[in-house]
Design a protein around this ligand. Structure first.
Ligand SMILES: [Fe+2]
Ligand SMILES: [Fe+2]
Length: 189
C-alpha cells in the first residue's frame, strides 16, 4: 500500500488524538531516517502504522491473536496493552503489505527487542521524541539522538524499565533482552 492509503486506513481505526500522534511519529521517523541514512518512505510507513491496533478493546485484541495464531506470553496476557505491538505487526503485513522486517519494527516498538534493525531503532526513538510528546528529558534525549542512535535507544529502554520498577509492575522480558543487546552493541564499538 502507498503511504496515503495506509494513512486513510489508520485514521479510521484511531481517535483524532491518536491519529495525530501517529502523524507526528511518521514525521519524526522521516527526520531520523534522513539523519541516519535510512529509507524515508519506509520509515514513514512504519511510523504512521505503528499504533494501528492501539485502540482495539481487550476483547478484540484477544480475539485477534486467537484467530491469527499469534503466540502471546504471560506478561502480555496480564497486560494486554502490550499486544497492540504484535497485532500492529500482523495488520501491517496483512493489510499494508509490509515486509517481515518492517512489521518487526512495529512488534518491537513498546518493549524493544534483540536484533533491532535501523527501522526498529528509528520507530523506538520517534515514538518517544515526536512533537506531540513532552517528556521533561526531551532535550537531553535529542542530544543523544544526534550523537549516537544506540545511546538514545538505551536511554529510552532504561527510562521505560525504571518506570515499571517504580510502578511495581512487571517488565516484559524483551525489554531486558533489548537492553542487553544494545549495551553489547555500544560496548563492542
Ligand atoms: Fe504504541
Ligand atoms: Fe505510539
Amino acid at each position: 500500500m502507498e503511504l496515503e492509503q495506509i494513512q486513510e486506513y489508520v485514521k479510521k481505526q484511531l481517535s483524532e488524538k491518536r491519529y495525530y500522534h501517529s502523524m507526528c511519529v511518521m514525521e519524526r521517523s522521516a527526520e531520523l531516517a534522513e539523519k541516519y541514512g535510512a529509507d524515508i518512505k519506509i520509515a514513514e510507513k512504519i511510523g504512521i502504522a505503528h499504533d494501528v491496533a492501539k485502540e482495539m478493546t481487550e476483547e478484540e485484541k484477544l480475539q485477534y491473536v486467537k484467530e491469527n495464531n499469534i503466540e502471546i506470553d504471560n506478561t502480555e496476557k496480564l497486560n494486554t496493552g502490550l499486544l497492540h505491538a504484535k497485532i500492529g505487526k500482523s495488520i501491517a503485513i496483512k493489510q499494508f503489505g509490509f515486509t517481515e522486517n518492517m512489521g518487526q519494527a512495529i512488534a518491537d516498538h513498546t518493549t524493544g527487542n534483540k536484533d533491532m534493525d535501523i527501522y526498529s531503532k528509528i520507530l523506538f526513538i520517534a515514538d518517544r521524541t515526536s512533537k506531540d510528546r513532552d517528556f521533561e528529558d526531551l532535550e537531553y534525549l535529542n542530544q543523544l539522538v544526534n550523537k549516537n542512535i544506540d545511546e538514545a535507544v538505551l536511554y529510552i529502554l532504561d527510562k521505560k524499565i525504571e518506570l515499571q520498577i517504580k510502578k511495581r509492575a512487571s517488565i516484559h522480558v524483551n525489554g531486558i533482552i533489548a537492553r542487553n543487546y544494545i549495551l553489547d552493541l555500544i560496548n563492542i564499538k
